[in-house]
Design a protein around this ligand. Structure first.
Ligand code: ZN
Length: 562
Protein backbone atom coordinates (compact mmCIF):
# COMPACT_ATOMS: atom_id res chain seq x y z
CA UNK A 1 0.00 0.00 0.00
CA UNK A 2 1.51 3.32 -1.07
CA UNK A 3 1.35 6.00 1.65
CA UNK A 4 0.37 9.59 0.93
CA UNK A 5 3.38 11.84 0.44
CA UNK A 6 2.51 13.88 3.53
CA UNK A 7 2.82 10.74 5.68
CA UNK A 8 6.36 9.95 4.60
CA UNK A 9 8.79 10.46 7.41
CA UNK A 10 12.51 10.01 7.56
CA UNK A 11 14.36 10.35 10.82
CA UNK A 12 17.70 12.08 10.77
CA UNK A 13 20.26 9.25 10.72
CA UNK A 14 23.27 9.27 12.99
CA UNK A 15 26.78 8.72 11.68
CA UNK A 16 27.79 7.07 14.98
CA UNK A 17 24.91 4.57 14.98
CA UNK A 18 25.35 3.81 11.27
CA UNK A 19 29.04 3.28 11.87
CA UNK A 20 28.27 0.68 14.56
CA UNK A 21 25.66 -0.98 12.33
CA UNK A 22 28.08 -1.25 9.41
CA UNK A 23 30.87 -2.56 11.64
CA UNK A 24 28.46 -5.21 12.95
CA UNK A 25 27.42 -6.16 9.40
CA UNK A 26 31.05 -6.47 8.34
CA UNK A 27 31.72 -8.71 11.30
CA UNK A 28 28.63 -10.79 10.49
CA UNK A 29 29.71 -11.06 6.84
CA UNK A 30 33.14 -12.33 7.74
CA UNK A 31 31.71 -14.96 10.08
CA UNK A 32 28.92 -16.01 7.71
CA UNK A 33 29.04 -19.72 6.97
CA UNK A 34 26.93 -19.80 3.80
CA UNK A 35 26.11 -17.91 0.61
CA UNK A 36 22.62 -17.35 2.01
CA UNK A 37 24.01 -15.66 5.16
CA UNK A 38 26.31 -13.44 3.13
CA UNK A 39 23.44 -12.43 0.88
CA UNK A 40 21.40 -11.60 3.99
CA UNK A 41 24.17 -9.22 5.14
CA UNK A 42 24.15 -7.41 1.82
CA UNK A 43 20.37 -7.02 1.99
CA UNK A 44 20.55 -5.61 5.53
CA UNK A 45 23.13 -3.13 4.34
CA UNK A 46 20.87 -2.32 1.39
CA UNK A 47 18.04 -1.44 3.79
CA UNK A 48 20.34 0.99 5.63
CA UNK A 49 21.27 2.66 2.36
CA UNK A 50 17.62 2.95 1.33
CA UNK A 51 16.74 4.67 4.60
CA UNK A 52 19.63 7.08 4.20
CA UNK A 53 18.61 7.88 0.62
CA UNK A 54 15.00 8.49 1.63
CA UNK A 55 16.12 10.96 4.29
CA UNK A 56 18.53 12.66 1.91
CA UNK A 57 15.84 13.00 -0.79
CA UNK A 58 13.23 14.29 1.62
CA UNK A 59 15.66 16.81 3.12
CA UNK A 60 16.63 18.10 -0.31
CA UNK A 61 13.01 18.19 -1.48
CA UNK A 62 11.76 20.03 1.63
CA UNK A 63 14.43 22.68 1.16
CA UNK A 64 13.70 23.01 -2.57
CA UNK A 65 9.98 23.42 -1.83
CA UNK A 66 10.65 26.23 0.62
CA UNK A 67 14.15 27.68 0.62
CA UNK A 68 13.07 30.28 3.22
CA UNK A 69 12.06 27.77 5.90
CA UNK A 70 14.83 27.90 8.54
CA UNK A 71 14.19 24.32 9.72
CA UNK A 72 14.49 22.92 6.21
CA UNK A 73 17.59 24.99 5.67
CA UNK A 74 19.10 23.72 8.92
CA UNK A 75 18.36 20.10 8.00
CA UNK A 76 19.87 20.61 4.54
CA UNK A 77 22.97 22.19 6.11
CA UNK A 78 23.21 19.26 8.48
CA UNK A 79 22.94 16.83 5.55
CA UNK A 80 25.64 18.69 3.62
CA UNK A 81 27.92 18.34 6.65
CA UNK A 82 27.01 14.75 7.45
CA UNK A 83 26.74 13.03 4.08
CA UNK A 84 30.49 12.63 3.45
CA UNK A 85 30.62 10.80 6.80
CA UNK A 86 28.00 8.32 5.55
CA UNK A 87 29.75 8.03 2.21
CA UNK A 88 32.92 7.02 4.01
CA UNK A 89 31.09 4.20 5.83
CA UNK A 90 29.40 2.85 2.71
CA UNK A 91 32.62 3.02 0.72
CA UNK A 92 34.25 0.85 3.40
CA UNK A 93 31.49 -1.72 2.98
CA UNK A 94 31.81 -1.65 -0.82
CA UNK A 95 35.56 -2.07 -0.52
CA UNK A 96 35.11 -5.10 1.72
CA UNK A 97 32.69 -6.70 -0.75
CA UNK A 98 34.98 -5.97 -3.69
CA UNK A 99 37.91 -7.58 -1.92
CA UNK A 100 35.92 -10.54 -0.64
CA UNK A 101 37.10 -14.04 -1.54
CA UNK A 102 33.42 -14.75 -2.25
CA UNK A 103 33.16 -12.11 -4.91
CA UNK A 104 32.12 -14.41 -7.75
CA UNK A 105 29.46 -16.04 -5.58
CA UNK A 106 28.19 -12.55 -4.69
CA UNK A 107 28.18 -11.31 -8.24
CA UNK A 108 26.19 -14.40 -9.27
CA UNK A 109 23.64 -13.48 -6.64
CA UNK A 110 23.30 -9.74 -7.26
CA UNK A 111 24.87 -9.21 -10.70
CA UNK A 112 28.32 -8.03 -11.75
CA UNK A 113 27.17 -4.51 -12.62
CA UNK A 114 26.91 -3.46 -8.95
CA UNK A 115 30.55 -4.42 -8.49
CA UNK A 116 31.60 -2.32 -11.49
CA UNK A 117 29.73 0.65 -10.03
CA UNK A 118 31.34 0.15 -6.63
CA UNK A 119 34.78 -0.09 -8.18
CA UNK A 120 34.08 3.34 -9.61
CA UNK A 121 32.71 4.62 -6.28
CA UNK A 122 35.67 3.60 -4.16
CA UNK A 123 37.99 5.62 -6.40
CA UNK A 124 36.02 8.78 -5.63
CA UNK A 125 36.38 8.77 -1.90
CA UNK A 126 39.10 8.78 0.70
CA UNK A 127 38.90 10.21 4.22
CA UNK A 128 41.51 12.75 3.05
CA UNK A 129 38.88 14.52 0.91
CA UNK A 130 36.05 14.46 3.44
CA UNK A 131 36.43 18.11 4.43
CA UNK A 132 36.71 19.16 0.78
CA UNK A 133 33.40 17.43 0.06
CA UNK A 134 31.76 19.39 2.86
CA UNK A 135 33.19 22.58 1.42
CA UNK A 136 32.02 21.64 -2.08
CA UNK A 137 28.47 21.10 -0.81
CA UNK A 138 28.53 24.55 0.85
CA UNK A 139 29.62 26.26 -2.36
CA UNK A 140 26.92 24.46 -4.31
CA UNK A 141 24.33 25.59 -1.77
CA UNK A 142 25.60 29.16 -2.16
CA UNK A 143 25.10 29.00 -5.93
CA UNK A 144 21.55 27.62 -5.48
CA UNK A 145 20.67 30.38 -3.03
CA UNK A 146 22.18 33.05 -5.23
CA UNK A 147 20.18 31.84 -8.23
CA UNK A 148 16.99 31.65 -6.13
CA UNK A 149 17.52 35.19 -4.82
CA UNK A 150 16.88 36.85 -8.21
CA UNK A 151 14.05 39.39 -8.09
CA UNK A 152 13.49 40.88 -11.49
CA UNK A 153 11.01 43.65 -12.31
CA UNK A 154 9.33 43.16 -15.65
CA UNK A 155 5.94 43.99 -17.12
CA UNK A 156 4.81 45.41 -13.77
CA UNK A 157 5.66 42.21 -11.92
CA UNK A 158 8.51 40.88 -9.78
CA UNK A 159 9.68 37.46 -10.90
CA UNK A 160 12.50 34.98 -10.20
CA UNK A 161 14.64 33.38 -12.92
CA UNK A 162 12.01 30.70 -13.72
CA UNK A 163 9.29 33.31 -13.73
CA UNK A 164 11.29 35.27 -16.30
CA UNK A 165 11.14 32.40 -18.80
CA UNK A 166 7.74 33.30 -20.33
CA UNK A 167 9.19 36.70 -21.24
CA UNK A 168 12.27 35.14 -22.80
CA UNK A 169 10.03 33.09 -25.08
CA UNK A 170 7.50 35.91 -25.59
CA UNK A 171 6.27 36.70 -29.08
CA UNK A 172 7.02 40.41 -28.53
CA UNK A 173 10.64 40.87 -29.52
CA UNK A 174 11.14 44.01 -27.41
CA UNK A 175 9.92 42.21 -24.33
CA UNK A 176 12.22 39.27 -25.02
CA UNK A 177 15.14 41.61 -25.36
CA UNK A 178 14.21 43.31 -22.10
CA UNK A 179 13.88 39.96 -20.31
CA UNK A 180 17.25 38.70 -21.53
CA UNK A 181 18.88 42.02 -20.68
CA UNK A 182 17.49 41.96 -17.16
CA UNK A 183 18.51 38.37 -16.62
CA UNK A 184 22.10 39.23 -17.43
CA UNK A 185 21.93 42.42 -15.35
CA UNK A 186 21.27 40.12 -12.40
CA UNK A 187 24.37 38.07 -13.25
CA UNK A 188 26.38 41.26 -13.67
CA UNK A 189 25.30 42.50 -10.28
CA UNK A 190 26.64 39.27 -8.73
CA UNK A 191 29.50 38.79 -11.17
CA UNK A 192 32.11 38.43 -8.45
CA UNK A 193 30.29 35.59 -6.71
CA UNK A 194 29.34 33.74 -9.91
CA UNK A 195 33.00 33.81 -10.97
CA UNK A 196 34.24 33.29 -7.41
CA UNK A 197 32.08 30.30 -6.51
CA UNK A 198 33.14 28.56 -9.69
CA UNK A 199 36.83 29.34 -9.21
CA UNK A 200 36.62 27.92 -5.69
CA UNK A 201 34.75 24.84 -6.89
CA UNK A 202 37.28 24.18 -9.65
CA UNK A 203 40.21 24.53 -7.27
CA UNK A 204 38.54 22.26 -4.73
CA UNK A 205 37.66 19.60 -7.29
CA UNK A 206 41.17 19.67 -8.70
CA UNK A 207 42.64 19.34 -5.22
CA UNK A 208 40.44 16.31 -4.51
CA UNK A 209 41.33 14.65 -7.81
CA UNK A 210 45.04 14.99 -7.01
CA UNK A 211 44.52 13.59 -3.51
CA UNK A 212 42.68 10.60 -5.01
CA UNK A 213 45.42 9.89 -7.55
CA UNK A 214 43.81 11.29 -10.69
CA UNK A 215 45.70 13.42 -13.20
CA UNK A 216 42.98 16.07 -13.04
CA UNK A 217 39.28 16.33 -12.27
CA UNK A 218 38.18 14.79 -15.59
CA UNK A 219 38.94 11.25 -14.37
CA UNK A 220 37.37 11.86 -10.97
CA UNK A 221 34.34 13.49 -12.58
CA UNK A 222 33.78 10.44 -14.81
CA UNK A 223 34.18 8.09 -11.83
CA UNK A 224 31.72 10.15 -9.80
CA UNK A 225 29.27 9.83 -12.68
CA UNK A 226 29.88 6.05 -12.52
CA UNK A 227 30.76 5.88 -16.21
CA UNK A 228 31.89 2.28 -16.39
CA UNK A 229 31.56 1.57 -20.10
CA UNK A 230 32.95 4.63 -21.89
CA UNK A 231 35.64 7.27 -21.40
CA UNK A 232 36.54 10.84 -22.36
CA UNK A 233 37.86 9.78 -25.79
CA UNK A 234 34.56 8.07 -26.63
CA UNK A 235 32.70 11.23 -25.64
CA UNK A 236 35.03 13.39 -27.75
CA UNK A 237 34.19 11.16 -30.75
CA UNK A 238 30.50 11.67 -30.11
CA UNK A 239 30.99 15.46 -30.02
CA UNK A 240 32.79 15.20 -33.35
CA UNK A 241 29.81 13.34 -34.86
CA UNK A 242 27.59 16.16 -33.64
CA UNK A 243 29.75 18.75 -35.39
CA UNK A 244 29.86 16.75 -38.62
CA UNK A 245 26.35 15.29 -38.85
CA UNK A 246 24.03 17.51 -36.85
CA UNK A 247 25.39 21.07 -36.68
CA UNK A 248 24.89 21.61 -40.47
CA UNK A 249 21.18 20.68 -40.12
CA UNK A 250 20.87 23.03 -37.13
CA UNK A 251 22.39 25.86 -39.17
CA UNK A 252 19.72 25.25 -41.85
CA UNK A 253 16.98 25.16 -39.22
CA UNK A 254 18.16 28.43 -37.64
CA UNK A 255 17.89 30.05 -41.06
CA UNK A 256 14.34 28.66 -41.40
CA UNK A 257 13.60 30.06 -37.94
CA UNK A 258 14.92 33.49 -38.94
CA UNK A 259 12.60 33.50 -41.97
CA UNK A 260 9.63 32.39 -39.85
CA UNK A 261 10.26 35.23 -37.40
CA UNK A 262 10.73 37.69 -40.25
CA UNK A 263 13.87 39.22 -38.75
CA UNK A 264 16.95 40.39 -40.54
CA UNK A 265 19.31 38.58 -38.22
CA UNK A 266 18.48 35.88 -35.70
CA UNK A 267 19.71 37.19 -32.37
CA UNK A 268 20.37 35.44 -29.06
CA UNK A 269 17.04 36.73 -27.71
CA UNK A 270 15.20 35.22 -30.69
CA UNK A 271 16.55 31.71 -30.35
CA UNK A 272 13.84 30.42 -28.03
CA UNK A 273 10.98 31.55 -30.28
CA UNK A 274 10.06 29.85 -33.50
CA UNK A 275 7.18 31.76 -35.07
CA UNK A 276 5.72 35.26 -35.14
CA UNK A 277 2.71 34.24 -33.09
CA UNK A 278 4.97 32.83 -30.38
CA UNK A 279 5.35 29.30 -29.09
CA UNK A 280 2.21 27.24 -28.46
CA UNK A 281 1.01 27.33 -24.86
CA UNK A 282 -0.94 24.72 -22.92
CA UNK A 283 -4.60 25.76 -23.01
CA UNK A 284 -5.39 25.54 -19.31
CA UNK A 285 -3.93 25.89 -15.83
CA UNK A 286 -1.93 23.42 -13.75
CA UNK A 287 -4.91 21.49 -12.38
CA UNK A 288 -6.35 21.19 -15.89
CA UNK A 289 -3.04 19.86 -17.19
CA UNK A 290 -2.92 17.16 -14.51
CA UNK A 291 -6.35 15.99 -15.75
CA UNK A 292 -5.14 15.97 -19.36
CA UNK A 293 -2.10 13.99 -18.31
CA UNK A 294 -4.30 11.39 -16.59
CA UNK A 295 -6.13 10.84 -19.87
CA UNK A 296 -2.94 10.76 -21.92
CA UNK A 297 -1.08 8.21 -19.82
CA UNK A 298 -4.12 5.94 -19.48
CA UNK A 299 -4.48 5.92 -23.27
CA UNK A 300 -0.81 5.15 -23.78
CA UNK A 301 -0.34 2.22 -21.43
CA UNK A 302 -2.42 0.90 -18.52
CA UNK A 303 0.55 0.54 -16.15
CA UNK A 304 1.69 4.07 -16.92
CA UNK A 305 -1.85 5.38 -16.46
CA UNK A 306 -2.37 3.73 -13.06
CA UNK A 307 1.02 4.93 -11.92
CA UNK A 308 0.36 8.55 -12.85
CA UNK A 309 -3.04 8.54 -11.17
CA UNK A 310 -1.41 7.28 -7.99
CA UNK A 311 1.21 10.08 -8.09
CA UNK A 312 -1.48 12.72 -8.60
CA UNK A 313 -3.89 11.31 -6.00
CA UNK A 314 -1.34 10.78 -3.27
CA UNK A 315 0.48 14.10 -3.42
CA UNK A 316 3.69 13.14 -5.24
CA UNK A 317 3.58 16.16 -7.56
CA UNK A 318 4.61 19.77 -6.72
CA UNK A 319 4.27 21.63 -9.98
CA UNK A 320 3.28 25.27 -9.43
CA UNK A 321 5.93 27.96 -9.03
CA UNK A 322 5.90 30.17 -5.91
CA UNK A 323 8.04 32.62 -4.03
CA UNK A 324 10.95 31.00 -2.21
CA UNK A 325 10.70 27.74 -4.13
CA UNK A 326 13.98 26.63 -5.70
CA UNK A 327 14.14 26.81 -9.49
CA UNK A 328 14.23 23.98 -11.99
CA UNK A 329 12.49 20.67 -12.16
CA UNK A 330 13.51 17.20 -11.10
CA UNK A 331 12.32 13.79 -10.12
CA UNK A 332 13.53 12.30 -6.86
CA UNK A 333 12.59 9.16 -4.99
CA UNK A 334 12.23 7.63 -1.56
CA UNK A 335 13.77 4.17 -1.97
CA UNK A 336 12.61 2.81 1.39
CA UNK A 337 9.04 3.65 0.41
CA UNK A 338 9.35 2.88 -3.31
CA UNK A 339 7.63 5.99 -4.71
CA UNK A 340 9.14 8.83 -6.75
CA UNK A 341 8.28 12.55 -6.53
CA UNK A 342 8.12 15.17 -9.30
CA UNK A 343 9.09 18.79 -8.60
CA UNK A 344 8.61 21.57 -11.17
CA UNK A 345 7.99 25.29 -11.60
CA UNK A 346 5.06 25.87 -13.93
CA UNK A 347 5.25 29.14 -15.81
CA UNK A 348 2.44 28.95 -18.37
CA UNK A 349 4.70 28.01 -21.29
CA UNK A 350 4.83 24.76 -23.24
CA UNK A 351 7.54 23.76 -20.79
CA UNK A 352 4.75 22.90 -18.35
CA UNK A 353 3.42 20.12 -20.57
CA UNK A 354 6.97 18.86 -21.00
CA UNK A 355 7.24 18.34 -17.24
CA UNK A 356 4.65 15.56 -17.64
CA UNK A 357 6.22 14.01 -20.69
CA UNK A 358 9.78 14.22 -19.31
CA UNK A 359 9.79 13.96 -15.51
CA UNK A 360 7.06 11.31 -15.49
CA UNK A 361 9.37 9.20 -17.68
CA UNK A 362 11.96 9.26 -14.89
CA UNK A 363 9.32 8.61 -12.28
CA UNK A 364 7.78 5.68 -14.16
CA UNK A 365 11.17 4.01 -14.61
CA UNK A 366 11.90 4.45 -10.92
CA UNK A 367 8.54 2.95 -10.01
CA UNK A 368 9.08 0.00 -12.39
CA UNK A 369 12.45 -0.69 -10.74
CA UNK A 370 11.52 -0.12 -7.10
CA UNK A 371 11.97 -3.78 -6.16
CA UNK A 372 15.36 -4.24 -7.80
CA UNK A 373 18.16 -5.06 -5.39
CA UNK A 374 20.69 -3.83 -4.52
CA UNK A 375 19.81 -0.12 -4.37
CA UNK A 376 22.33 0.54 -7.16
CA UNK A 377 19.78 -0.81 -9.67
CA UNK A 378 16.93 1.49 -8.65
CA UNK A 379 18.12 4.16 -11.08
CA UNK A 380 20.53 3.55 -13.93
CA UNK A 381 23.39 6.00 -14.46
CA UNK A 382 22.25 9.43 -15.67
CA UNK A 383 22.67 9.06 -19.42
CA UNK A 384 20.41 6.00 -19.27
CA UNK A 385 17.91 7.74 -16.98
CA UNK A 386 17.43 10.45 -19.57
CA UNK A 387 16.52 7.87 -22.23
CA UNK A 388 13.42 7.12 -20.16
CA UNK A 389 12.41 10.76 -19.87
CA UNK A 390 13.35 12.05 -23.32
CA UNK A 391 11.92 9.06 -25.17
CA UNK A 392 8.60 9.46 -23.38
CA UNK A 393 8.46 13.02 -24.75
CA UNK A 394 8.38 11.58 -28.26
CA UNK A 395 6.11 8.66 -27.40
CA UNK A 396 3.54 11.20 -26.11
CA UNK A 397 3.37 12.95 -29.51
CA UNK A 398 0.00 11.59 -30.67
CA UNK A 399 -1.62 12.90 -27.46
CA UNK A 400 -0.42 16.49 -27.59
CA UNK A 401 -3.86 17.67 -28.78
CA UNK A 402 -4.93 17.16 -25.15
CA UNK A 403 -2.66 20.03 -24.06
CA UNK A 404 -2.33 22.19 -27.16
CA UNK A 405 -5.54 21.52 -29.15
CA UNK A 406 -5.18 22.98 -32.67
CA UNK A 407 -1.58 23.97 -31.95
CA UNK A 408 -0.45 20.40 -31.30
CA UNK A 409 1.26 20.03 -34.65
CA UNK A 410 3.17 23.24 -34.04
CA UNK A 411 4.19 21.86 -30.65
CA UNK A 412 5.51 18.66 -32.25
CA UNK A 413 7.48 20.62 -34.84
CA UNK A 414 9.00 22.74 -32.10
CA UNK A 415 9.74 19.79 -29.88
CA UNK A 416 11.68 18.09 -32.64
CA UNK A 417 13.47 21.32 -33.56
CA UNK A 418 14.48 22.03 -29.99
CA UNK A 419 15.53 18.43 -29.38
CA UNK A 420 17.91 18.75 -32.31
CA UNK A 421 19.18 22.20 -31.23
CA UNK A 422 19.73 20.91 -27.74
CA UNK A 423 22.43 18.46 -28.71
CA UNK A 424 24.99 21.03 -29.95
CA UNK A 425 24.37 23.13 -26.83
CA UNK A 426 24.76 20.07 -24.62
CA UNK A 427 28.05 19.02 -26.17
CA UNK A 428 29.28 22.63 -25.84
CA UNK A 429 28.61 22.43 -22.09
CA UNK A 430 30.52 19.16 -22.01
CA UNK A 431 33.47 20.32 -24.10
CA UNK A 432 33.70 23.47 -21.95
CA UNK A 433 33.98 21.44 -18.77
CA UNK A 434 36.76 19.28 -20.19
CA UNK A 435 38.66 22.46 -21.05
CA UNK A 436 38.02 23.87 -17.56
CA UNK A 437 39.27 20.87 -15.62
CA UNK A 438 42.20 20.26 -17.94
CA UNK A 439 43.27 23.89 -17.28
CA UNK A 440 42.28 24.38 -13.66
CA UNK A 441 44.39 27.51 -13.15
CA UNK A 442 42.63 29.58 -15.80
CA UNK A 443 41.36 33.03 -14.80
CA UNK A 444 37.65 33.89 -15.04
CA UNK A 445 38.36 35.75 -18.30
CA UNK A 446 40.15 32.72 -19.75
CA UNK A 447 37.18 30.56 -18.76
CA UNK A 448 34.81 32.88 -20.57
CA UNK A 449 37.04 32.71 -23.66
CA UNK A 450 36.85 28.89 -23.52
CA UNK A 451 33.06 29.10 -23.56
CA UNK A 452 33.16 31.42 -26.58
CA UNK A 453 35.29 28.89 -28.44
CA UNK A 454 32.82 26.12 -27.66
CA UNK A 455 29.93 28.26 -28.85
CA UNK A 456 31.73 28.99 -32.12
CA UNK A 457 32.32 25.31 -32.73
CA UNK A 458 28.89 23.94 -31.88
CA UNK A 459 26.56 26.94 -32.22
CA UNK A 460 28.09 28.99 -35.03
CA UNK A 461 24.84 30.94 -35.49
CA UNK A 462 24.88 32.56 -32.07
CA UNK A 463 24.91 36.37 -31.98
CA UNK A 464 24.61 38.28 -28.68
CA UNK A 465 24.33 41.68 -30.39
CA UNK A 466 24.94 44.50 -27.92
CA UNK A 467 24.60 42.26 -24.85
CA UNK A 468 28.28 42.58 -24.10
CA UNK A 469 28.32 41.08 -20.64
CA UNK A 470 26.89 37.68 -21.62
CA UNK A 471 28.50 37.96 -25.05
CA UNK A 472 31.93 37.98 -23.45
CA UNK A 473 31.37 34.27 -22.71
CA UNK A 474 29.25 34.06 -19.59
CA UNK A 475 26.22 32.14 -20.84
CA UNK A 476 27.52 29.00 -19.10
CA UNK A 477 26.92 30.51 -15.65
CA UNK A 478 23.19 30.01 -16.11
CA UNK A 479 23.72 26.26 -16.51
CA UNK A 480 23.25 24.84 -13.04
CA UNK A 481 24.92 21.51 -13.79
CA UNK A 482 28.24 23.20 -14.45
CA UNK A 483 28.34 24.34 -10.82
CA UNK A 484 26.41 21.56 -9.18
CA UNK A 485 27.14 18.34 -11.06
CA UNK A 486 30.29 18.60 -13.18
CA UNK A 487 30.25 16.47 -16.34
CA UNK A 488 26.56 15.81 -15.88
CA UNK A 489 25.39 17.12 -19.22
CA UNK A 490 26.69 14.99 -22.04
CA UNK A 491 24.24 12.51 -20.54
CA UNK A 492 21.30 14.47 -21.94
CA UNK A 493 22.79 14.52 -25.42
CA UNK A 494 23.59 10.80 -25.40
CA UNK A 495 20.05 10.10 -24.22
CA UNK A 496 18.54 12.54 -26.72
CA UNK A 497 20.32 10.63 -29.47
CA UNK A 498 18.60 7.47 -28.21
CA UNK A 499 15.25 9.23 -27.79
CA UNK A 500 15.40 10.50 -31.37
CA UNK A 501 15.95 6.92 -32.48
CA UNK A 502 12.76 6.00 -30.59
CA UNK A 503 11.06 8.84 -32.44
CA UNK A 504 12.09 7.34 -35.79
CA UNK A 505 10.84 3.92 -34.65
CA UNK A 506 7.56 5.21 -33.21
CA UNK A 507 6.79 6.98 -36.46
CA UNK A 508 6.80 3.62 -38.22
CA UNK A 509 5.50 1.36 -35.41
CA UNK A 510 4.12 3.04 -32.31
CA UNK A 511 3.25 -0.18 -30.43
CA UNK A 512 6.67 -1.68 -30.96
CA UNK A 513 8.34 1.49 -29.65
CA UNK A 514 6.07 1.72 -26.58
CA UNK A 515 6.55 -1.95 -25.67
CA UNK A 516 10.30 -1.65 -26.01
CA UNK A 517 10.22 1.53 -23.86
CA UNK A 518 8.31 -0.11 -21.00
CA UNK A 519 10.72 -3.07 -21.09
CA UNK A 520 13.66 -0.68 -20.89
CA UNK A 521 12.08 1.07 -17.88
CA UNK A 522 11.68 -2.29 -16.17
CA UNK A 523 15.38 -3.05 -16.51
CA UNK A 524 16.15 0.03 -14.43
CA UNK A 525 19.84 0.20 -13.66
CA UNK A 526 20.73 -3.46 -13.93
CA UNK A 527 23.25 -2.79 -16.68
CA UNK A 528 25.56 -0.06 -17.94
CA UNK A 529 24.48 2.50 -20.55
CA UNK A 530 25.57 0.86 -23.78
CA UNK A 531 24.28 -2.57 -22.73
CA UNK A 532 20.89 -1.07 -21.88
CA UNK A 533 20.76 0.88 -25.15
CA UNK A 534 21.65 -2.16 -27.25
CA UNK A 535 19.12 -4.31 -25.38
CA UNK A 536 16.46 -1.89 -26.66
CA UNK A 537 17.84 -2.13 -30.22
CA UNK A 538 19.24 1.40 -30.10
CA UNK A 539 22.54 2.33 -31.76
CA UNK A 540 24.88 3.38 -28.95
CA UNK A 541 25.69 7.10 -29.33
CA UNK A 542 29.31 6.18 -28.71
CA UNK A 543 29.37 4.27 -31.98
CA UNK A 544 29.85 5.91 -35.34
CA UNK A 545 26.73 6.70 -37.31
CA UNK A 546 24.40 7.09 -34.34
CA UNK A 547 22.92 10.36 -35.65
CA UNK A 548 22.85 9.74 -39.39
CA UNK A 549 19.41 8.12 -39.67
CA UNK A 550 17.85 10.62 -37.28
CA UNK A 551 19.30 13.59 -39.17
CA UNK A 552 18.14 12.18 -42.52
CA UNK A 553 14.60 11.59 -41.26
CA UNK A 554 14.40 15.02 -39.62
CA UNK A 555 15.75 16.82 -42.70
CA UNK A 556 13.19 15.07 -44.90
CA UNK A 557 10.37 15.98 -42.53
CA UNK A 558 11.40 19.63 -42.42
CA UNK A 559 11.69 19.76 -46.22
CA UNK A 560 8.36 18.07 -46.90
CA UNK A 561 6.07 18.95 -44.03
CA UNK A 562 7.32 21.66 -41.72
ZN1 ZN B 1 15.58 14.39 -16.97
Amino acid sequence: MVPDFKDIQANRPSVEITSDQIAALQEQFKKAGSAEDRHQCIMQWDALRRNLDTWESLTHLNFAQDTKNPDYKAEQDFADEALPGFTKLHVEMKRMLLESEHRSELSNAIGEHAFRLWESDIKTFDPAVKEDLVQEAKLKAEYIELMASAKIEIDGKTVNLSGLQPYITHQDRELRYEAVTKRWDFFKEHQERFDGIYAELTALRTKMSTALGFENYVGLGYARMQRVDYNAEDVARFRKQVVEDLVPLCVELREKQREALGVEKLMYWDEAVHSKIGNPKPQGDGAWMVEQARTMFSEMNPELGDFFNMMADKGYLDLETRDGKAGGGFCTSFPSVGVPFVFANFNGTKHDAEVFTHEIGHAFQNWCSRKHQPLDYLWPTYESCEIHSMSLEFLCWPHMELFFKENADEFRRLHLTESLFFIPYGVAVDDFQHRIYENPNATPEERHAMWRECEKLYMPWRDYGDLDFVGEGRRWQLQRHIYLMPFYYIDYTLAQTCALQYWVRAESDRDEAMTSYVELCKQGGKEAFQTLARSANLVSPLEDGCLKEVVAKARKLFEEQY
